[in-house]
Design a protein around this ligand. Structure first.
Ligand code: PLP
Ligand code: COI
Length: 354
């Protein structure tokens, strides 16, 4: 950290902590007592504040609501057995935050402001970090265009927020997934690599259709021919094929996931061959048929390591082995948890202690 951010703190006099049922958390519904807010005005970030979590008032002409100059990040904090709290790799999210900002003609945020804003609100609400297994504190930084102006033009003012809230497991079961061959999440030259709000709105219809057909997630494919695999729902997708960890290489249609990078780093530490390259739907289905596909999972902050049980393509379903018997994803999940909850040495310096 270069210098400490000057943050004005107004504490709530009505904490909701005691009324919160930490055993029945639905992802994204519970927020802690406070949030971080800042304004971008006259070409600079100012008014750094932590205030009680609550409603905000905006003009109906707010530019972000009309033209989608809006994006977010997602990361997590964990409680260690000794009570300490760490945030996982916030520096990586800070870099990606600014990639999204640039793609959307929005102002960047100095990385130290991003990290310090998160640390400050997590520190204040540290009692909200769950202590139980598979639970964590989800952190949602986001920025939106705030000019009350419906001209199609980049806004001159912006708002930055950090919301935090306790979460349990995102997926409760092994996933039945469908290779999407009609809808497209991102095309070359588009904004798939940015965490822009519009990417998620645009993906919802495919998700809904897939759910109506009994699937839990879609595997996104390339926009041109739907022949190459890109991502899985709101996560990156990874496979073990013939003993090699394979995942689509990042490009402008793919979000450069922090979990993806973490899994690749662990695999390399263990001496496992890793290939980041174009991954064809055909080779994955072939591997599922001939038994060489021994692992398939989604990798993401919310999703963590989410095992895929079957992959369907044009009406045909290919079943994979029981996730409990899979060597690689089980080891990754165990190792990741051990590092994040402070039960294993953090040799890569991934835990940012708050
Ligand atoms: N891809 C998409 C579209 C996502 O929304 C996410 C979730 O953040 C990821 C991949 C995984 O990224 P990360 O591991 O940084 O959470
Ligand atoms: C995340 O993993 O942080 C995500 O963004 C996924 C989803 C909740 C949008």
């Amino acid at each position: 950290m270069t210098e400490t951010l000057d943050i004005r703190i107004t504490k709530t006099d009505h904490s909701r902590l005691q009324q919160t049922d930490f055993d029945n958390l639905q992802f994204g519904k519970t927020f802690s007592d406070h949030m971080f807010v800042a304004d971008y005005v006259d070409g600079e970030w100012k008014n750094f504040e932590i205030i009680p979590y609550g409603e905000i008032s905006i003009s109906p002409a707010t530019s972000a609501l009309h033209y989608g100059q809006s994006f977010f990040e997602g990361l997590k904090a964990y409680k260690h057995a000794d009570g300490q709290v760490s945030v996982f790799r916030p520096d990586k999210n800070a870099v990606r935050f600014n990639k999204s900002a640039e793609r959307l003609c929005m102002p960047t945020l100095p990385e130290e402001i991003f990290v310090q804003s998160i640390a400050a609100v997590v520190d204040l609400d540290r009692d909200w970090v769950p202590a139980s297994a598979n639970h964590s504190l989800y952190i949602r930084p986001f920025m939106f265009a705030s000019d009350p102006f419906i001209g199609v033009h980049p806004s001159s003012t912006y708002k930055y927020f950090v919301l935090i809230g306790p979460v349990g497991p995102y997926f409760a079961k092994t996933l039945r997934v469908k290779v999407e061959t009609h809808f497209t999440r991102a095309a070359e030259g588009g904004m798939g690599y940015a965490k822009s709000s519009g990417n998620y709105g645009g993906a919802m219809l495919a998700g809904r259709r897939a759910a109506q057909e009994g699937f839990d997630q879609v595997i996104w494919t390339d926009a041109k021919k739907h022949e190459y695999i890109e991502e899985m729902g709101a996560a990156n997708v990874m496979f073990v094929l013939d003993g090699v960890l394979i995942t689509p290489s990042t490009r402008d249609t793919i979000l450069d996931g922090v979990t993806r990078d973490t899994v690749i780093t662990l695999a390399k530490d263990w001496g496992m061959p890793v290939e980041e390259r174009r991954v064809s739907v055909a080779e994955i289905l072939e591997g599922a048929k001939n038994g060489k596909l021994t692992d398939a999972f989604g990798a993401g902050t919310a999703a963590t390591i989410a095992p895929v049980g079957s992959i369907s393509h044009n009406g045909e379903e290919y079943f994979l082995s029981d996730p409990k018997t899979r060597e690689f994803s089980q080891k990754v999940l165990k190792t990741l948890d051990a590092i994040r909850y402070g039960n294993a040495p953090d040799t890569h310096g991934w835990n940012y202690m708050v």
